[in-house]
Design a protein around this ligand. Structure first.
Ligand code: HEC
Ligand code: HEC
Length: 276
């Protein structure tokens, strides 16, 4: 009994020691080997502007052997910065620990540096009185931890046409050889379908995939495949739930307080082509 308690204490201490640094300036952002990337189908974040970076440990590669679930080397770090009205508000950060756990935290900007937010999240009041939610670690997990890969934006379908350059730089291993010339994509009938299904993949696919949330609606896409067709009632439900911020109905269920009017118009146009 006592030994178990001691063991638990030790694990707690280890977990605490492995915690991400307190200040963003200590995470290596802006240092050597940090590169910018941009997903094609960004998550709507209530109009915030976002920038993203990745750093792989020197000499390591991303394993693209499973095209839809890339595996990252220990020590990989990623960042995503959110700005509102031209000012940075928070920067979210991942680091892949030696034990295979992704450490996740958000840093809230205060002057020239940003400080790690509490694990329970934080509500900020921005200049002008606007309320801004920094998600809790449980919320980070809800979107990132269950998905095929916890990294959602640095992924085959999200990088698409940017993949050949990554191949040439030698950053990927086990990737299909054809990606050196043509980036990975999914099958779509026309550009409107490509845009709408890409939007659903980027905004909904991290929960709505086989083995994800227990509803039949599957919105995640696969490299080289056509999307699962949507039944008329599914399409109607999807438009209704993406178009509300009633907290019991809204989709996505977290991370947004404002409907993405442009995204919704794109979906409506594709799902009811007779709409203008
Ligand atoms: C509502 C779902 C959702 C929540 C909640 C969420 N994220 Fe994300 N995050 C995403 C999606 C989707 C992307 C990729 C698309 C994009 O960047 O626009 C992403 C991208 C990122 C990236 C860039 C690396 C990547 O996966 O492409 C980091 C770092 C990140 N999130 C950290 C966090 C942290 C830390 C938290 C919690 C404080 C968090 N996220 C909460 C959905 C979410
Ligand atoms: C953080 C995870 C998450 C994200 C992201 C997410 N959903 Fe969901 N969705 C759920 C859960 C959980 C349910 C089941 C509970 C419910 O109906 O509220 C659900 C249910 C639904 C349903 C009802 C399906 C049915 O068969 O009853 C629709 C429609 C839906 N989501 C659409 C979307 C759309 C569209 C998006 C993207 C704009 C999205 N969801 C993003 C978690 C998510």
């Amino acid at each position: 009994m006592q030994r178990l308690a001691l063991l638990l204490l030790c694990t707690a201490a280890l977990a605490a020691r492995a915690e991400l640094p307190e200040r963003l300036s200590q995470t290596g952002l802006g240092g050597p080997g940090v590169r910018v990337f941009e997903p094609r189908f960004a998550l709507w974040s209530d109009g915030a502007t976002k920038r993203r970076w990745i750093a792989l440990p020197p000499g390591t590669q991303v394993d693209a052997g499973q095209p839809d679930a890339w595996r990252f080397p220990v020590g990989t770090r990623l960042w995503k910065e959110f700005s509102v009205d031209g000012r940075p508000v928070e920067t979210r950060h991942f680091r892949l620990a030696a034990d295979g756990r992704w450490e996740m935290a958000s840093y809230v900007w205060d002057g020239a540096d940003a400080l790690r937010a509490p694990a329970r999240g934080q509500v900020l009041t921005l200049p002008g009185g606007r309320r801004y939610d920094v998600p809790s670690q449980a919320d980070c997990m809800a979107c990132h931890a269950g998905a095929r890969s916890p990294v959602l934006g640095f992924a085959a379908l999200q990088l698409g046409p940017a993949v050949p350059a990554l191949m040439r730089e030698g950053l990927l291993r086990n990737a299909p050889a054809a990606w050196a010339w043509q980036g990975p994509d999914f099958v779509a009938a026309d550009p409107a379908e490509h845009a709408a299904r890409g939007y659903l993949h980027g905004n909904c696919g991290h929960c709505h995939f086989d083995g994800g949330v227990p509803v039949p609606l599957r919105l995640a896409l696969d490299v080289g495949r056509a999307p699962a067709p949507l039944e008329a009632d599914q399409a109607a439900a999807l438009l209704r739930r993406a178009g509300t911020r009633n907290p019991y109905q809204q989709m996505p269920p977290l991370g947004s307080r404002a409907v993405d009017a442009q995204g919704l118009a794109l979906l409506a146009h594709h799902l009811n082509p007779e709409n203008p």
